[in-house]
Design a protein. Structure first.
Length: 153
C-alpha cells in the first residue's frame, strides 16, 4: 500500500478547506429580513397582534358576526398557510382565525425559547384573549382533544 506524502495530504486538506469556505461564503445561510418576508407572505387579511413580547401574525377571515370562530392551528415546521384550502371553504359560512405559532411563519420565537406544551397552551390562551375570542372551535392538527379542552377550562 502506497503512503500519501505529507505534502499531498496538506494539499488535499487545503483544497477541501477552501471548498468548504467558498461554499459557505456563496451558498451559506443568511437571514432574510423580516420586512422582505412580510411583503411576500402577508395579504390584506394579515394582521399582527402583540402577545407578550411577540408580534403574532394571524388572519381573521369570514363571517365576523360568527360568535364562535374556528381556530386553525398548524403543526410543526409549518405556518398559517397550511390551511389556505380549508379557509377558502370554511369562510363561506364561518369566521376563521389562524396564526403563525411562535417560531414559525412570521411570528418570532418565544423570547424565553421555551417550546414546551404548557408554554404553547399559555400562548394560545393569551392570543385568544388578545383578539377577544371567548369561545371557539379548535382544529386538532397541533393539539389533541385533551389539550384543546385545557385551553378553555
Amino acid at each position: 500500500m502506497k503512503r500519501i506524502s505529507s505534502k499531498t495530504l496538506k494539499f488535499i486538506i487545503l483544497g477541501f478547506g477552501s471548498f468548504i469556505a467558498i461554499t459557505v461564503l456563496f451558498i451559506g445561510y443568511q437571514d432574510i429580513p423580516i420586512e422582505q418576508l412580510k411583503k411576500k407572505y402577508t395579504d390584506p387579511y394579515s394582521s399582527f397582534v402583540r402577545v407578550g413580547e411577540m408580534d403574532v401574525h394571524y388572519r381573521d377571515q369570514g363571517k365576523q358576526t360568527d360568535s364562535i370562530p374556528i381556530i386553525l392551528i398548524h403543526g410543526t415546521a409549518s405556518s398559517l398557510h397550511t390551511y389556505d384550502g380549508w379557509t377558502s371553504e370554511l369562510t363561506k359560512n364561518h369566521r376563521v382565525v389562524r396564526m403563525d405559532l411562535p417560531g414559525y411563519g412570521l411570528t418570532g420565537p418565544f423570547p424565553n425559547r421555551d417550546y414546551s406544551y404548557n408554554n404553547y397552551v399559555a400562548f394560545l390562551k393569551d392570543f385568544l384573549e388578545s383578539i377577544a375570542v371567548k369561545k371557539c372551535i379548535l382544529s386538532r392538527e397541533f393539539i389533541r382533544r385533551k389539550h384543546s379542552m385545557e385551553i378553555h377550562n
